[in-house]
Design a protein around this ligand. Structure first.
Ligand code: KG4
Ligand code: ZN
Length: 344
């Protein structure tokens, strides 16, 4: 069977066509496409929700027409993100999915964007994946994006409990705000991490908020404010000074994430950890996770680079796994606050 996946929760308009082989319990990407609105939002220093929805409305219908023209109408199900995310953006994808599903007489299912990030690691470089082995459960998934920073216990397929999360800013948001303070553009993560490569992370001792809290709670707002105060007190910074600031900020973020990951490993003793969300595009952080994996002798599964930031393939992976696990999701209305349940 073939699944058309649609993702429009933030500022990427994305489609993917996934073939599912239920007998062999495997899936592969047949085609995918993505239009990023980054250029349009960068002059505002962040995503402007109504501009995002206007651009989705402008792009998505023609993208769908071209995609179906190229790949044929042989589609058995539509999987569409209906939350969490920006409400006006989510509605564009959801409405198109409903219209198309009705016209083609095929089911439309709602996919939670966070489930997409959780399962984004379950696809190899050939864009193929298979049903995970039963013994990977329970595992921990760490979600680090522009809107979310949380550690999730995946008890079994489709059973998720949030263990802990940030008490304020998401980690990607902190990167974006620091980039904005430095007038570096949007999104901040890729720019800050590029400059950080040329800097010395030991130069500025930024705080590591809540690193010693003895639980999984995280906080990034104080770190962002520390950068703000540093910039207020230091004028005429050279290019190298900015590189050092970026490296020092990035190191503080990584120290917090690695320390919280160590906490969750020691508390839950999982065999596997997956990491999803745009911030895992950060190479320093990827390297730190790999080091941690040998320290604790456990597997860290990280998404391939095109699946780190928002995309439709990860939505299609969930659509495919729902088929493989025989889970029939219905279309639920758009819910911008469709969060995962917290652990008791
Ligand atoms: O998952 P994503 O595309 O969107 C959300 O669901 O939020 O994540 C976007 C976030 C942005 O905040 C962006 O700055 C951050 O991921 N990001 C990075 C890097 N690449 C993207 N953060 C740190 N280092 C990177 N290389
Ligand atoms: Zn995302």
């Amino acid at each position: 069977m073939k699944i058309l996946a649609i993702e429009t929760s933030c500022d990427e308009t994305a489609l993917a066509l996934i073939q599912v082989d239920k007998e062999n319990q495997s899936y592969k990407v047949l085609d995918h496409t993505l239009y990023s609105q980054i250029k349009e939002h960068s002059k505002y220093g962040g995503v402007v929700p109504f501009l995002a929805s206007r651009l989705h409305s402008k792009k998505l219908p023609q993208m769908l027409v071209d995609f179906i023209h190229q790949n044929g109408r042989d589609i058995d199900k539509i999987s569409v993100t209906t939350g969490p995310g920006l409400s006006p953006s989510l509605y564009v994808g959801a409405n198109q999915a409903l219209l198309l599903g009705t016209a083609m007489n095929i089911p439309v299912e709602s996919i939670n964007h966070l489930h997409g990030h959780i399962w984004s690691s379950f696809m190899n470089y050939n864009l193929e994946g298979e049903k995970p082995a039963n013994d990977i459960f329970p595992f921990i998934s760490i979600l680090i994006s522009g809107g979310h920073t949380e550690m999730i216990l995946v008890q079994k397929y489709n059973s998720y409990k949030v263990i802990s999360k940030t008490v304020d800013d998401a980690v990607g948001e902190a990167f974006d705000k620091v980039a904005k303070m430095l007038n570096l553009g949007y999104p901040g993560g890729p720019i800050v991490s590029k400059l950080a490569m040329k800097g010395d992370p030991q130069i500025i001792k930024f705080p590591r908020p809540m690193i010693s809290s003895g639980d999984g709670k995280m906080s990034f707002s104080g770190l962002k404010t520390a950068v703000l105060y540093y910039l207020r007190d230091h004028h005429n910074m050279s290019k190298q000074d900015i590189n050092n600031l970026c490296a020092s900020f990035e190191q503080a973020v990584i120290d917090v994430i690695i320390s919280k990951t160590s906490w969750v490993i020691e508390k839950y003793n999982p065999k596997l950890i997956t990491v999803g969300g745009g911030v895992i595009a950060n190479q320093e952080l990827r390297d730190s996770f790999i080091k941690l994996s040998s320290k604790y002798n456990l597997v860290f599964k990280l998404p391939i680079s095109i699946l780190t930031t928002d995309n439709a393939i990860m939505i299609g992976i969930v659509g495919a796994l729902n088929e493989i696990y025989n889970i029939k999701e219905k279309f639920k209305n758009v819910d911008p606050n469709w969060e995962l349940p917290e652990i008791d």
